[in-house]
Design a protein around this ligand. Structure first.
Ligand code: DAH
Length: 353
């Protein structure tokens, strides 16, 4: 086969390989094998010296044509393949900007804390102050100064957790620790009467503890809001008006309240307050156990004995007090069927408020 034919078939062959190349890497391989240092065309170029004189011009032209044809075919194919490769890279790297972003989960205040704030606002609007008392309390403030001495039967309903006194500062009551987790916020009444100047208009929200097993209507730890007013000429009418106002502010204008005679050691007379059921509007349903009423708090006129124990002259001053369970009010306000749901931390529940 003469050189011209050989070059022809080489060119033909190379152009076919270029056409079949699937990517730019394959093209580069072809370029090196044809035009590289030891490429097939390069070998021919190097061989020009041994081409017979009379064929030199023809072979030279054919070689140039072949090189040009291969270079052009390589450039054209590279153009097409690199564009396709770029597009494929863009497509595979693509970010779907229509996807919603990953949002940060921002928490909110718990229902109970919000309700405490809401009720505090109601009383701040009436000119009360918000105060706090200790959660670890002495027997005196939790029971004794509230007219419930050690043998008082009301204590049996408020068993609690006792705290071992490591300081030795507190004396023991009947051989038991004198320090306890408070069962009620009512002890803050005593602190207020001892510490505050007259007149007293305070509420005291906070945690309380009882030795109860958690069920739908009991928790071993819950929140109460205590209220205390001591001033000259305070009557049961002031207590009624204040609590009726508060109930409407919490539950809505359409809700009725009623006062039922009750007993608490530190108030005389004492009452429990019911609010009309928001589900059946007084008709009777499961929520209100078919009574039409829901109990929301205890209250009464501060027992003169309690005033006296805290150094206030009951001949000059009188007062009223009330105490409510915040979890209970939350359940009644938002129709929560089980107190334990407030502690579960289930976002599907909590996010509703
Ligand atoms: N401390 C009472 C309890 O936990 C509630 C209570 C009743 C508070 C009557 C009061 C009150 O201030 O006057 O059951």
């Amino acid at each position: 086969m003469d050189i011209i034919e050989e070059l022809d078939s080489l060119q033909h062959d190379v152009l076919a390989r270029i056409k079949a190349a699937e990517d730019t890497a394959a093209l580069e391989e072809i370029r090196v094998s044809v035009l590289g240092k030891s490429g097939t065309l390069t070998a021919h170029l190097r061989n020009m010296g041994s081409v017979p004189k009379e064929q030199k011009a023809e072979v030279g032209r054919a070689l140039n044509e072949a090189r040009q044809a291969v270079e052009e075919a390589l450039a054209g194919a590279k153009d097409v393949l690199s564009k396709a490769e770029l597009e494929a890279a863009i497509a595979s790297d693509a970010v779907d900007i229509t996807l919603p972003g990953r949002h940060q989960h921002i928490g909110s205040r718990h229902l109970i804390n919000r309700l405490i704030d809401e009720i505090s606002e109601i009383f701040l609007g009436l000119g009360y102050s918000v105060i706090e008392g200790p959660e670890v309390e002495t027997d005196y403030y939790n029971f004794e100064a509230l007219n419930a001495p050690a043998d008082h039967p009301s204590r049996s309903m408020q068993d609690t957790f006792y705290v071992r006194d490591m300081t030795g500062a507190e004396s023991a009551v009947r051989g038991e620790s004198n320090l306890l987790l408070r069962t009620q916020t009512s002890g803050v009444q005593v602190h207020a009467m001892e510490d505050q100047p007259m007149p007293i208009y305070v509420i005291a929200p906070g945690k309380v503890y009882r030795r109860d097993v958690a069920d739908a209507s009991h928790l071993p730890q819950f929140h109460q809001i205590e209220g205390l007013v001591v001033d000259k000429g305070i009557t049961f009418g002031d207590l009624k008006g204040t609590l009726e106002y508060m109930c409407k502010a919490i539950f809505g204008e359409d809700r009725k309240t009623r006062f039922r005679a009750h007993y608490f050691p530190f108030t005389e007379p004492s009452a429990e307050v019911d609010v009309s059921c928001g589900i059946c509007h007084g008709e009777g349903c499961r929520m209100c156990k078919h009574t039409g009423w829901l109990e929301i708090l205890g209250c009464g006129m501060v027992d003169p004995n309690v005033l006296q124990m805290s150094g206030i002259d009951p001949e000059v001053y009188s007062g009223f007090a009330f105490g409510m369970g915040v979890e209970r009010i939350a359940c009644l306000k938002y129709d929560v069927p089980d107190l334990r749901m407030l502690l579960d931390g289930d976002m599907r529940f909590l996010e509703q408020f």
